[in-house]
Design a protein around this ligand. Sequence first.
Ligand SMILES: NC(=O)c1ccc[n+]([C@@H]2O[C@H](COP(=O)([O-])OP(=O)(O)OC[C@H]3O[C@@H](n4cnc5c(N)ncnc54)[C@H](OP(=O)(O)O)[C@@H]3O)[C@@H](O)[C@H]2O)c1
Length: 340
Amino acid sequence: MGWFSGHYNLRNKLIVISGGSQGLGASIARLCVERGANVYIVARTEWKLQKVVKSLKESILDPDQIVGYVAADLSKQAECARVYETIGQVPDIVMCVAGLSLPGLLLEVPSESFETSIDCIYKSSLYFSVEALRVISKAPKSAEPRHITLFSSVVAFLGFIGYGSYSPLKQAVRGLADVLRQEAIPFNVKVECVFPGNIDTEGFENEEKTKPEITKQIEGPSDVMNPDKCAELILSRLDSGQQMVHTDAIGWILNGLMLGSSPRTHGVFLTLTGFILSLVVPIWNLIVNNQIKTYFKKREELAASINNNEVEDDEQVENDEELEDDQGLEDESSSSQLLN
Ligand SMILES: NC(=O)c1ccc[n+]([C@@H]2O[C@H](COP(=O)([O-])OP(=O)(O)OC[C@H]3O[C@@H](n4cnc5c(N)ncnc54)[C@H](OP(=O)(O)O)[C@@H]3O)[C@@H](O)[C@H]2O)c1
């Protein structure tokens, strides 16, 4: 193991990946298999898991390599425990990739979406990592550290309008990593937290459907990363020993806004960046608050004009009906005249 590599060995390791049935999780699973790891993927939808496992088996390096899946809803703690019982061995690496994003303005997000977000983002990370630690804590300590890797998001560092059911939960995942990192020390387990930017996945495609216009405006045009490239980058940064992993420069810069007690990647520079950001952010807030005011004003104007049009339409319908009634009376009298 060199100073800057070999901190996250995959070969011959048992790796369990939640959210491995699609997107980033599936890309990570493929790379792990290609590098000689035994891999189990976990998600709720069994047919998707079967499809991914079938394609993963085509990438194995040697015939003894294990590739399997367990279908489970990880928002339930008992289900998480069942996953590890089913696998029946102590994992070397657990990656909690499962998650989703359902953006929307807080007053407009349906209550079920809040519940789903809490379940699939926070509870799935909490229960899956805690049950992993429980299994590891009962096993003999390994010479090489084991790993539990949590997946947060760059918006954990900067929450803004439209991400009310996402950003606070990803902040909670980061907070969970900080606590877990300390509680895992006696078991020789290292805890990492990954903060991806936008990745071109099924989840991201879904997110775009409900993302409010103002959220897109504030985000600006952002590069969307290919999931395979993103997976490769994440694994190489983990291998270099980073505990707070960013997938783009903006993620690392924004980390400067929220340093807390988490480990710091390129700490001196990040701390300096944090200081500079503390001067810039009040100006950013002014700009964004103006954008938000303009957005709501336009929405009000649009709603008012739709209302006016509806009133005009109603009046038009009433006029038309009156005209038709008058016409009907005239027609009746003319037809009765004709009859007479
Ligand atoms: N894509 C992005 O732009 C982006 C950006 C920043 C952070 N991230 C984070 O990176 C991770 C991967 O993102 P992605 O875009 O690849 O996600 P994705 O395409 O939506 O895939 C999510 C995976 O999680 C599984 N999952 C969700 N809820 C689950 C539950 N309750 N129990 C078990 N499995 C569950 C899904 O399978 P089932 O639905 O079948 O259960 C699926 O396999 C997520 O944590 C996401 O928040 C993504």
